[in-house]
Design a protein around this ligand. Structure first.
Ligand code: 5GP
Ligand code: MN
Length: 345
């Protein structure tokens, strides 16, 4: 794996392409939106390409500012049409094609070259013509920052990045590190430093990301903490959010982002599992402190995976539980057993 060679190859493929699209994962987070926006903005401003950002779902409102001024498509049919005319597809912030959900079929059918730039474990290398994968970074944005600095026109100088790209990279890195709380590497701070020196307004980003919540999100958080959070003697926390919870508080998709981290601020809690009802299943988010593997719990018990300290998966009805009412007992049992087994080894 030679990074410089990979970047040179990507550079030549960009040169040879007229129409380029990016694609990222379902329910895009700040890193998915930020890396897509940064790539698109670079391709448009520095390389003069016809570029579009394709996403399986809309971006949460607080992170949508990074996509301002870029052609963004969240409709599956329109995305498929765009892919038909695309020469080069750049895939960001996911490791397997199943993670693009509604766009999976179209991405699989895509005839041109597919490039992956991602920071998750075990990327499906077979699915891409070029795979730039590194797990020892904070975010896809950090890896993309390194890739863009390696391009001949940027030549290691962050001030040559379009301002919109620089801002988008800082945004995605900030959300994936939970504002520098986790997965911060030496190079992460170098990136932050380089982008700040290049003129990125970090306070504006923080304001947009974290200081624009609706009051009902805080009301929901209050109810969750006082009524729905279960603490297990093994050092785990379990939170089940039924559909009625979302309806009662009028929550939008994405407004529970970050809730799963809250129990970890309690002394002795090393793992939190949050499951939210979503149609005929529950979507599961898991966060852990160092030494406890969120990834293994997701992989072994929730049909998912992810990073060591941040992972996700699902609970299927009726395969895993007979009905939604059984979710809490199910998750508590699995989580308690998982922590006991961890302690035993
Ligand atoms: P979140 O809790 O924010 O939805 O997901 C946290 C992390 O877990 C994501 O960054 C992603 O890497 C991973 N993840 C979430 N769901 C899945 C899944 O179904 N499969 C895999 N392999 N990883 C997932
Ligand atoms: Mn990411």
């Amino acid at each position: 794996m030679d990074r410089a060679k990979d970047i040179a190859l990507l550079n030549s493929w960009i040169d040879g392409a007229k129409i380029i699209s990016t694609v990222s994962h379902a329910r895009p987070d700040g890193d998915a939106a930020g890396s897509s926006a940064a790539m698109a903005s670079y391709l448009e401003s520095c390389r003069g390409k016809d570029t579009a950002v394709l996403l399986p779902d809309p971006v949460p409102e607080n992170a949508a500012f990074v996509l301002e001024g870029l052609k963004t498509i969240t409709d599956a049919q329109e995305s498929a049409r765009r892919m038909d005319g695309t020469d080069l597809l750049i895939c960001l912030d996911f490791n397997t094609l199943s993670r693009v959900e509604g766009l999976e079929e179209a991405v699989r059918a895509f005839k041109g070259r597919k490039v992956l730039i991602d920071h998750h474990e075990e990327p499906d290398r077979e699915a891409f013509d070029l795979c730039i994968s590194e797990t020892r970074v904070s975010s896809a944005c950090e890896l993309l920052y390194q890739v863009l600095l390696g391009m001949p026109d940027i030549a290691g100088d962050p001030s040559k990045l379009p301002q919109a790209a620089a801002r988008a990279l800082m945004t995605g890195m900030t959300t994936d590190t939970n504002n520098f709380a986790n997965s911060v590497w030496p190079a992460t701070l170098q990136m932050a430093s380089g982008l700040l020196a290049a003129g990125v307004d970090r306070e504006d980003i923080i304001d947009r990301l974290y200081h624009c919540e609706r009051p009902n999100r805080l009301a929901a958080m209050g109810e969750m903490l006082s009524e729905r959070m279960r603490l297990l003697p093994e050092g785990g926390s379990v939170i089940i959010l039924p559909q009625s919870f979302f309806d009662r508080h009028g929550l939008l998709d994405g407004e529970t982002e970050g809730f799963v981290n809250l129990p970890l601020s309690i002394k002795g809690v090393r793992l939190c599992v949050l499951a939210r009802e979503d149609g005929d299943k529950f979507r599961v988010s898991i966060r852990s402190k160092r030494g406890t593997s969120a990834r293994l719990l997701a992989k072994n018990h929730f049909h998912g995976g992810g990073h060591e300290q941040a992972s996700g998966g699902r609970i299927l009805i009726p395969q895993d539980i007979a009905d939604a009412a059984g979710a809490e007992a199910y998750v508590i049992e699995i989580t308690a057993r998982f922590l006991q087994e961890q302690d035993a080894v």
